[in-house]
Design a protein around this ligand. Structure first.
Ligand code: G4P
Length: 193
């Protein structure tokens, strides 16, 4: 997706060789046109695949996932990182370690929003080591759902996530694949869509 790659090139800042700051269009301020195009691109890429709902993890996955759900005409489910005091009903929980942030959080979803037998497309902003994706997949499995595929805005291809998903035979569509971020310059691999 050229607009996304252009935004990464012109607005993204490599904080070091591992972390890309994209808070001007993705993580803090949001470029809604790019998110809308991303949603439409994911919907096209997964056309023909049975998708009953789209799921993401709060917070930065919500914008692209919402446009994907809209384009596919299915509900969006936002998996939570914090339990709420007003939560009712049965929920599933999985601990997820964030290597980038050095924290562990409890990923949570109400079973009622991931009905058994449904096919779920997982959308997220970044793919790094794949911990969030594997946590989400564990949640789907605990709810009796199938994974339809994974859509990622920015894949850091120099980290292990993509390879781990490929080893499991999981179809992953990344709209921007960052090969390296040396000396402030971002280089890309060919995107999946
Ligand atoms: P992983 O899930 O692929 O293993 O990734 P990791 O644990 O390393 O990432 C955890 C969090 O850090 C995620 O956000 C992810 O989106 C974000 N992240 C990973 N690499 C980068 C990067 O290079 N740049 C930026 N800006 N973020 C990165 P999160 O905790 O879910 O935060 P948010 O969705 O609330 O923004």
């Amino acid at each position: 997706m050229d607009n996304l790659m252009h935004a990464i090139e012109t607005q993204g800042k490599a904080l070091d060789s591992d972390v890309l700051l994209v808070d001007s269009f993705l993580n803090h301020q949001v470029d809604v046109s790019i998110m809308e195009e991303a949603g439409e691109t994911f919907a096209k890429a997964f056309a023909g695949v049975k998708i009953d709902r789209v799921a993401t993890i709060e917070s930065s996955g919500i914008a692209p996932a919402a446009f994907t759900a809209r384009a596919l005409g299915v509900p969006l489910v936002i998996m939570k990182k914090q339990t709420s005091r007003i939560m009712t009903g049965e929920a599933v929980h999985v601990p997820v370690r964030s290597f980038t942030k050095g924290t562990v959080y409890e990923l949570m979803c109400k079973k009622a929003f991931l009905p058994e037998g449904d096919s779920v497309l997982f959308i997220d902003d970044f793919l790094a080591s794949g911990e969030a994706a594997f946590g989400a997949m564990k949640i789907f499995e605990m709810c009796g759902c199938q994974l339809a595929g994974i859509g990622i805005l920015i894949e850091k291809s120099f980290q292990a996530g993509r390879e781990k998903l490929q080893e499991k035979g999981i179809r992953t569509v990344s709209l921007a694949r960052v090969a390296s971020m040396e000396t402030g310059h971002v280089s890309f691999l060919p995107a999946d869509a």
